[in-house]
Design a protein around this ligand. Structure first.
Ligand SMILES: [Zn+2]
Length: 418
């Protein structure tokens, strides 16, 4: 027992990297000035958050918000502003040299259709509007953080890139495109898209499949004792629901791994057997092994159901499946400088009150792409929101103030200051 513990410890220490956060950085005059400026500009920061939220921006139709971001990036002093073919826009807070290149990403797209009415209302310190939290607050916090860093004279060593991504909600496609097209990858990738105070260093693995059960189409009068595609789908649905799941893993609040039947359909008329019946299954896990096992299990359940009912089975992937074979081992990711620094900065700013920050091997936002590519990557947050992806979405109006300070301290610490 003791022996196994000491081995485990030495394995961890082999990977352990230290936080690069030095609390004395907060006493530098530029940093002090920056924090005071965040407080002084509170109303303007909150106003920009609201303005951005009211610009509709469904995935693949982010043009209006991207145009806003492009102009705003120039306003806040970022240089080398560029837009790529998929629609991402980015600019750089130029460093003096000698530090790492750190990329901060926030996504411009929302899950709400173009004609969804969006008008931000405030009730008792909470903002209400579709998309207020996910991920508009991060865009506003980052813009203002860079503007205030410039205005306060903060000189970083490394370059800090701010990329406003597109198509996050439909498979992290903007971030994937952007990172794949970087000739020189950033040394660190920080996605700002979760709850402020949480630090995620993992990637939620997501695979989604459509299972189509195919059988004969026969008039009801001829259907007795014959194969029926609906019965095959029904068998599969029940068996997936009764699957024995591996133990709950370290996924923060999520109950993982999981396989969920999300949509089903088929048949065309009431008085015949349905020729085709489909179900879709969303399979999610924290680690490659259990994800693969789950995918295999779901596929064999569907095949068995088809065989039992003498049906044909067609399997189609529904969504983009990312390849995580290059991801660094969990211990390396967990003990990275990036994660340890984020935890130290989170605790310094008391973003979780007196509770110490912990990092989770989880995340389902743009940083997953960095994780998949083996780049040190995390998911953090700049605001406190709730009800994401629902019309009742809301967020804490005051939270963007410590959130903006958090962005300033993270950017300054990770890129290094003179
Ligand atoms: Zn998001």
């Amino acid at each position: 027992m003791f022996r196994s513990i000491s081995i485990a410890l030495s394995v961890v220490s082999l990977f352990a990297e230290k936080s690069v956060f030095d609390p004395s950085i907060a006493n530098k005059p530029e940093l002090k000035k920056a924090f005071a400026t965040v407080d002084a500009r509170k109303a303007a920061i909150q106003k920009e958050w609201i303005t951005l939220t009211e610009i509709p921006s469904p995935s693949k139709q982010e043009k209006l918000r991207i145009a806003y971001m492009k102009t705003a990036m120039a306003r806040v002093g970022l240089t080398g502003i560029e837009e790529d073919a998929i629609g991402n826009v980015w600019g750089t807070y130029k460093g003096s040299g000698g530090g790492p290149v750190v990329a901060f990403a926030a996504h411009t797209d929302t899950v709400f259709a173009m004609d969804t009415p969006i008008k931000v209302t405030e009730v008792n310190g909470r903002l209400h509007a579709p998309g207020i939290g996910d991920d508009t607050g991060s865009l506003a916090a980052l813009l203002n953080a860079f503007e205030i860093m410039r205005d306060s004279g903060i000189k970083t060593k490394g370059d800090v890139i701010f990329v406003a991504t597109v198509q996050e909600e439909i498979g992290l496609l903007g971030a994937k495109y952007w990172l794949e097209h970087r000739e020189k990858k950033p040394d660190m990738f920080v996605a700002v898209d979760s709850r402020m105070g949480s630090v995620g260093y993992g990637a939620l693995l997501i695979e989604q499949y459509k299972f189509i059960f195919e059988g004969p189409t026969m008039h009801t009068l001829a259907s007795k004792g014959k194969a029926n595609a609906a019965r095959g789908a029904a068998r599969a649905i029940l068996a997936i629901g009764e699957m024995k799941m591996p133990e709950v893993m370290d996924g923060g609040s999520a109950n993982l791994p999981v396989a969920n039947v999300g949509t089903l359909g088929g048949g065309t008329v009431v008085n015949a057997t349905p020729g085709k019946v489909f179900i879709t299954v969303d399979i999610r896990s924290q680690d490659i092994k259990s994800e693969q096992k789950l995918v295999e299990d779901v596929k064999s359940i569907a095949q068995r159901a088809a065989n039992q009912e003498k049906l044909q089975l067609v399997i189609e992937p529904v969504n983009v499946v990312h390849d995580y074979s290059k991801a660094l081992p969990k211990e390396v990711r967990m003990n990275s400088t990036l994660v340890q620094t984020a935890l130290a900065v989170t605790d310094h700013l008391k973003l979780n009150g007196e509770r110490k920050a912990v990092a989770f091997d989880s995340g389902s936002d743009d940083h997953n792409i960095g994780v998949a590519m083996g780049i040190p990557s995390i998911g953090i947050g700049a605001i406190l929101g709730g009800g994401a992806h629902s019309l009742e979405e809301s967020a804490d109006l005051a939270s963007i103030i410590p959130g903006t300070k958090y962005m300033i301290l993270m950017a300054s610490t990770l890129a290094g200051v003179q």
